[in-house]
Design a protein around this ligand. Structure first.
Ligand code: G3H
Length: 477
């Protein structure tokens, strides 16, 4: 019998009154592994109402006490590591070891968030530093919670990117409505089971699952949601930004991160960074390297190294620790195949790959990609890397910046001055010098510009984004 996973409302697991469920298909077992509740708008209202009630008391709860609950949550996640990793693996097709690492990374994230929140203090300002201001006037600025945060997580890090929103929201004194990606909902249920075991006061975190068409816009437009933190696809994020009311939004969306390789780079190192940057978890990471911009005169050498490494990648089941695993669903694989077909038809050279078994796309390198090909600009979220040959740093910068995305970029060169000259001109949230593009370590600011997002994450930034400043002015006599 299939497990029927309930949603979490006011500290209790419940079946939806809709009587409807959503089947969750494993991307590699090709079978239904469980069902989650398709909840109704009324149930969303209830969840938000309970959250507001719980938040009032939580905002008054001592920081040290909030910390106790969250430390417990981190411990419970680690206790459930095997079970949660197994769920992540089955539900989103991530390799078992990576899934285990995701759980540990999440516990570490929660612990660091607690410590950061405990060490954040406000400031005071003297009135007499402004002309005419009195020394008897003192402003005290503190950060206060926003209320109820809507946390929407993606499928690719169903636990880590959910906790990266829930933990700072809670430490900052907020309540949370957590909406996992549909494929990722069972992993979401498991992590909330860990939170339940930690004994968090009821109503503070409510887990809602359901059809985007029924509860998606409803949640986003809801008058009683005070802030939204969303990670997911650019189209959904842009849609969300047009629907949300006048509330703060943090959006982490897609990317088209370039790996720029200069003639003087350590090519072997650059190749291995590009391979792990591009192909881990089949490229289903917003921060994956999604195009290589390489100087013409070293391109052949780099391509040969990349080819050799790609052909070493293991392909197959996440249960066998393969790097290349089936994509999240058939539509995702169709999209990637479409990009490959378009490029090949327009004259790109297949260095290796371009093989497919259902939703499993073999790692594919495309050389001599030109700007008229879709794969030069579109985000595949799959294991295909276009190589674009350039004649100068200026041309690499120009192509890098022509993208609608602006998440990260990598620059490979041994010349630190050159690295900075390029990095300073790249229009992205971060630039990695001689390293692959990646979000972590998780306390670094993580920022997407242009269609890659708005606002900033990273532990301190997330805490700041989920609070606002409040000024109290002392008028001493
Ligand atoms: O998919 C988007 C994630 O934030 C990327 O995280 O760089 O740790 O894989 P990562």
């Amino acid at each position: 019998t299939l497990s029927n996973y309930e949603y979490y409302l006011n500290g209790e697991w419940k079946e939806s009154k809709s009587g409807e469920t959503i089947e969750i298909h494993s991307p590699y077992l090709h079978e239904v592994i469980g069902k989650v509740q398709a909840i109704t708008k009324e149930e969303v209202d209830e969840a938000i109402r309970f959250a507001h009630e719980a938040q009032k008391e939580w905002a008054e709860t001592l920081l040290q006490q909030r910390a106790v609950y969250l430390y417990k949550w981190a411990d419970e996640l680690v206790n459930m590591q095997e079970e949660i990793a197994e769920t992540i693996m089955k539900e989103v097709g991530k390799g078992r070891k990576d899934a285990q690492k995701e759980v540990v990374r999440t516990a570490d994230f929660i612990r660091y968030t607690i410590e950061e929140a405990l060490h954040m203090h406000g400031e005071s300002m003297r009135g007499d530093s402004f002309p005419g201001g009195a020394a008897s006037k003192v402003a005290i600025t503190q950060r206060v919670p926003l209320g109820v945060i809507l946390a929407v997580a993606p499928f690719n890090y169903p636990v880590n990117l959910a906790a990266a929103k829930i933990a700072p929201a809670l430490m900052a004194g907020n309540a949370v409505i957590f909406k996992p990606a549909t494929q990722g909902s069972i992993s979401g249920v498991k992590m909330i089971e860990a939170l339940d075991k930690a004994g968090l006061p009821k109503g503070l975190v409510n887990l809602v699952t359901g059809r985007g068409s029924v509860i998606g816009d409803y949640l986003v437009e809801h008058e009683d949601i005070n802030m939204i933190s969303f990670t997911g696809g650019t189209n959904t994020g842009v849609h969300l930004a047009t629907k949300a009311k006048m509330i703060p939004l943090v959006l982490e969306l897609g990317g088209k991160d370039p790996g720029i390789v200069c003639e003087d780079a350590d090519l072997k190192e650059a190749a291995s960074q590009i391979i792990s940057g591009a192909f881990s978890y089949s490229g289903q990471r917003c921060t994956a390297i999604k195009r290589v911009l390489v100087h013409d005169n070293i391109a052949d050498e780099l391509v040969a190294m990349l080819k050799a490494e790609v052909e070493e990648l293991s392909v197959g089941s996440p249960e066998k620790e393969s790097t290349i695993v089936p994509l999240i669903d058939d539509a995702a694989a169709d999209f990637v195949q479409g990009l490959i077909d378009d490029a090949v038809q327009k004259g790109a050279i297949v260095v290796t790959g371009n093989k497919r078994e259902r939703n499993l796309i073999y790692p594919t390198l495309l050389d001599h990609v030109t700007e008229n090909m879709d794969v030069a600009w579109e985000e595949p979220f799959g294991p295909v890397v276009p190589i674009i040959r350039v004649k100068s740093d200026e041309e690499a910068i120009q192509i890098a910046n022509k993208s609608e995305y602006g998440l990260q970029a990598s620059v490979f060169t041994k010349d630190i001055n050159r690295a900075f000259a390029i990095a300073n001109k790249i229009d992205t949230g971060s630039v990695q010098i001689n390293g692959r593009t990646e979000r972590g370590p998780d306390h670094f600011p993580f920022i997407g510009v242009k269609k890659s997002g708005m606002g900033a994450q990273g532990i301190r930034k997330s805490l700041e984004s989920m609070t606002r400043e409040k000024v109290t002015v002392l008028n001493l006599s």
